[in-house]
Design a protein around this ligand. Structure first.
Ligand code: PMP
Length: 417
């Protein structure tokens, strides 16, 4: 009889030297809180509960017809059943360069554009390409929930700089400077912001860009909400306002929000040629390329006009006003008026510590659970985006549902004692 191999016991989790079952790098990632809230609300809805969800980060409009038609036509072409170059269809890279010059005023060549699987993958690849283990990335908070995870996956250290409702959730150069160390590699900049909807005034954009240039800090600027601005404000691109950033700036964007194309998964990363080349090498091993048909649809979208987003904006603007007004009517809730994206970000600190139906929420996470269970309304707690004390509500849902949902929150919180 041959000697048998003795089965090994699985590695014990608390033995720091043993290989982990799920790698420590991936095991430490938290589930996306926004997707989790959305999933919970959808599950309750599927079970027949009249849940109203304010968790979603996507427009409630269909993709424009001409985009869908381009995709249908592309499906019939065998050429589109094949791989594309890793960096994307040459026509699409050129069209994104043209669209960027048209919309933000940034002039780039097609070689500076990498087509990614949604803006989310552009975020991931930007950090993976720029950040070495131990590098610090300054992250204005409240921040979109994906940024810190993508920074940590690259081995980087997110350094949070918090701006509360008293400063319209906008960080200052002084705050950024206080957070800067010799290990600071980059600043993440997102305006209009998810989750707060805040838009940096042009002067502030310039000041932050100049600070970054002065100290050799890279800027990763997420411009995915560039067209969703209200009250006549302009979303200034930091790369345009501070041209000296050209060699140390990466711009992230995509079709998801502007063209109601979240499900098509097309985004892009724009940057200096060497960075784009390196990020393309990564993508060539990660996902090869974005689905060919989706790239054709995106080509139609960015080559067309902005009529669809202009139409969505009218509805979003109306809902934004209703929501801000109704939330500010609640005792203990303070909701600044956001000027961009499709989120409001009220402070709920005045409600915490008070008793509602026998429960006394101490954190915004506990309050969000209470609101979901008692009012059947889904909101995302501030803990997903930074400190407790806030909730995020998306207004990308129908006017009637919106009024009904906020009305339910109003009635529930009116019971707070
Ligand atoms: N950046 C921000 C700030 C976002 O809110 C989102 C979507 N929630 C994305 C990037 C990514 O969008 P997508 O991957 O759907 O293109």
């Amino acid at each position: 009889m041959t000697e048998q191999t003795i089965p090994q016991a699985p590695p014990v989790a608390d033995d720091a030297d043993a290989p982990a079952r799920v790698s420590r790098r991936i095991g430490s990632i938290a589930e996306s809180a926004t997707l989790a809230v959305d999933a919970k609300a959808k599950a309750l809805k599927a079970a027949g509960r009249p849940v109203i969800g304010f968790g979603a980060g996507e427009p409630d409009f269909p993709t424009p017809g001409y985009v869908v038609e381009a995709a249908v036509a592309a499906c019939a072409q065998p050429a589109n059943h094949r791989y594309t170059p890793a960096a994307g269809l040459p026509e699409l890279r050129a069209a994104v360069a043209a669209k960027t010059a048209r919309d933000s005023g940034l002039s780039v060549t097609p070689e500076q554009v990498l087509i990614t699987n949604g803006g989310k993958q552009a975020v991931y690849q930007a950090f993976a390409t720029l950040v070495d283990p131990g590098d610090e990335v300054i992250l204005p908070a409240p921040y979109w929930t994906t940024y810190p995870e993508a920074i940590r996956l690259a081995g980087g250290v997110p350094v949070e700089v918090f701006a509360g409702e008293d400063q319209d959730y906008l960080v200052t150069v002084e705050q950024l400077e206080a957070a800067r160390t010799p290990r600071t590699k980059a600043l993440l900049f997102c305006s209009p912001s998810n989750p707060t909807g805040s838009v940096y005034p042009v002067e502030a954009v310039r000041a932050i860009g100049r600070w970054a240039v002065e100290h050799g800090v890279w800027v990763i600027t997420d411009e995915i909400y560039e067209h969703l601005v209200y009250d006549g404000v302009r979303a200034a691109s930091i790369a345009v306002e501070v041209p000296e950033l050209a060699d140390t700036c990466v711009v992230l964007n995509g079709v998801a929000k502007t063209y109601a194309m979240t499900g098509w998964r097309v985004g892009w990363l724009i940057g200096p040629k060497d960075v784009v080349k390196a990020a393309t090498n990564l993508q060539s091993h990660l996902s090869s390329n974005v689905a060919n048909v989706s790239q054709r649809a995106a080509l139609a979208a960015v080559s067309g006009d902005l009529a669809a987003v202009d139409e969505m904006k009218v509805a979003f603007d109306r809902r934004r006003r209703t929501m801000v007004r109704m939330l500010n009517e609640i005792d203990g809730v303070v909701c600044p008026t956001p000027q961009g994206a499709f989120y409001v970000y009220p402070s709920v600190k005045g409600v915490l510590g008070r008793t509602i139906r026998g429960r006394t929420p101490q954190t915004s996470a506990e309050l969000a659970t209470l609101i979901l269970e008692e009012a059947e309304v889904a909101v995302v707690p501030g803990e997903a985006f930074g400190p407790s004390g806030y909730v995020r509500l998306s207004y990308a849902l129908g006017d009637e549902d919106l009024a009904e949902g906020v009305g339910r929150i109003q009635r529930l919180l009116a019971e707070a004692r």
